[in-house]
Design a protein around this ligand. Structure first.
Ligand SMILES: Nc1ncnc2c1ncn2[C@@H]1O[C@H](COP(=O)(O)OP(=O)(O)OP(=O)(O)O)[C@@H](O)[C@H]1O
Ligand SMILES: [Mg+2]
Length: 465
């Protein structure tokens, strides 16, 4: 409801004058004469005014008491009090309760108009902020991480647990395109720090010394070219989350400084001698094997241990292909809306190709493939010719139509071949054991034995029957 004003005023003449005045200015005005009726309008009729213009002393009580009561309901309208007998304690209480202004009657109409305009601006800004943070919270709630596989479920469970606890540092590992950035956003926007800032930096994108001054900030003249003082990203993230992408690229010296800042919750700007307290939550991400980097001395063990108290490991898509059944329809729906297309049907051949592909670029690659198909679609079918899933490298197995081609050059072990055949056949048959056994010319029992041997049980139990 745009521009709605609630007037609470028991004096008939003054009340009707205000009502007439603001209606003429384009406001929709509701005028009530008691606190009880104001409360009913606000609570039961869930009126959502931008401005509440209220007298202080009303027949059934003090306007401030109603404000106090409603603040707990978190209504976002601005309150302006008008009173015939303004007292200092009342005005102090009004402002402490978050009223926008407190004016004594008689009040010049021009002055009141200025106050009303300012309050309306402030209320609109608050409303916009609330809407944005609400949108982000739903866009990035833990169920934004899509997938039916056991690993995707575990990730969701971890995300929902982690958003409920205050953690100071955490690491997300996973290949490129597996959703590390998405998870970091879920952790921030779904957690208790969502009203604070989320500051992102890619450690691979900057040379080391620049990265250091970006993170820690600097005082004037701290190094050649340091003009003026600058707050670093860690300071800017105060009260929120610092997302350090590609942390594996950070050099050892800076790693030590970062660890110190995380542990002591304090930092020093470059060239500064003052310690600055910061309250941040650090989410670090990497697609490298940090453990191996630690063994090789490329990553500090102490920082690794500090970060990996909470560890979120995201699975590559090729190991959880059943997630395709959730991701593909979701991306199609998304691009249908964006490109005003109407894809509804996914032909069997498309499923075969999608499930047979190795997905080296993981979910990002999938998203791009689906985007292309939807943009080039003509009607309700997903166009198979635009999938263009290139041939898989010669060293690994390939699926061609109804056949699997396996390398005999030692690049694939017999067990891996066996596993690959079973996985591919399962994916093709939507994880239905009976159908898969038939396709492989074997019994359900034999297939069950192999499924257990290769740890594929979870997928089968979640497959479409
Ligand atoms: N499980 C998932 N559910 C829904 N969308 C996903 C999922 N995983 C990834 N995505 C989407 O895939 C795309 C790539 O994900 P993201 O950018 O988070 O990957 P990343 O791991 O940060 O990759 P990189 O290492 O290359 O930075 C994004 O559009 C993201 O929203
Ligand atoms: Mg990323």
């Amino acid at each position: 409801m745009p521009n709605l004003m609630l007037i609470i005023e028991d004096e008939p003449l003054f009340g009707s004058e205000l009502q007439r005045h603001y209606r003429r200015q384009g406001w929709e005005v509701v005028w009530v004469k008691t606190l009880a009726s104001a409360e009913e309008e606000l609570n039961n009729k869930s009126l959502d005014p931008l401005i509440i213009l209220s007298d202080m002393n009303l027949p059934d009580g003090n306007g401030l008491d109603l404000l106090e009561k409603l603040r707990q309901l978190q209504s976002d309208g601005e309150w302006i009090f008008l009173t015939g007998y303004g007292s200092v304690p009342d005005s102090v209480r009004a402002l402490r309760l978050g009223a926008y202004d407190f004016l004594t009657k008689p009040c010049d109409q021009g002055r009141l108009d200025v106050v009303v305009a300012g309050a309306a601006r402030s209320a609109r800004a608050q409303r916009r902020l609330q809407e944005e943070s609400h949108n982000r919270a739903t866009q990035f709630s833990w169920d934004a991480f899509v997938g039916r596989s056991q690993s995707a479920r575990q990730v969701r469970e971890m995300l929902s647990k982690l958003t409920a606890v205050p953690f100071s540092a955490l690491i997300i590992t996973g290949e490129t395109g597996t959703g590390k950035g998405l998870s970091a956003r879920i952790l921030h926007h779904g957690g208790s720090r969502s009203s604070g800032p989320l500051i992102e930096i890619n450690c691979a994108a900057l040379p080391h010394d620049l990265l250091e001054s970006e993170l820690f900030g600097h005082e004037a003249g701290a190094f050649t070219g340091a003009k003026g003082r600058r707050r670093g990203l860690m300071e800017q993230a105060d009260g929120g989350t610092l997302f350090l992408d590609e942390i594996g690229e950070m050099n050892l010296e800076l790693q030590a400084k970062l660890l110190k800042a995380i542990e002591e919750r304090k930092l020093r700007r470059l060239g500064g001698d003052r310690e600055i307290s910061v309250d941040i939550q650090v989410v670090a991400a990497t697609n490298q094997n940090l453990k191996r980097d630690v063994e090789k001395g490329r990553f500090r063990a102490d920082l690794y241990h500090r970060l990996s108290v909470f560890h979120l490991d995201l699975p590559p898509l090729r190991n959880s292909k059943e997630d395709l059944y959730d991701l593909v329809p979701q991306f199609i729906a998304e691009y249908n809306i964006k490109a005003v297309k109407h894809v509804k049907e996914i032909p069997e051949e498309a499923w075969q190709r999608l499930t047979a592909h190795h997905w080296p670029g993981n979910v990002r690659e999938l998203r791009n493939v689906i985007e292309r198909c939807v943009l080039f679609s003509n009607g309700e079918q997903l166009p198979v010719q635009w999938l263009q899933l290139g041939p898989i490298e010669a060293t690994s197995a390939q699926v061609e139509g109804d056949r699997i081609c396996l390398p005999l050059n030692g690049s694939m072990a017999l067990d891996d071949m066996d596993r690959h055949i079973i996985e591919t056949a399962l994916a093709r048959n939507k994880y239905n054991v009976t159908a898969t056994a038939r396709a492989l010319g074997t019994t359900r029992e034999t297939l069950r034995y192999r499924i257990n041997k290769y740890g594929l049980e979870q997928r089968v139990s979640q497959g479409r029957e």
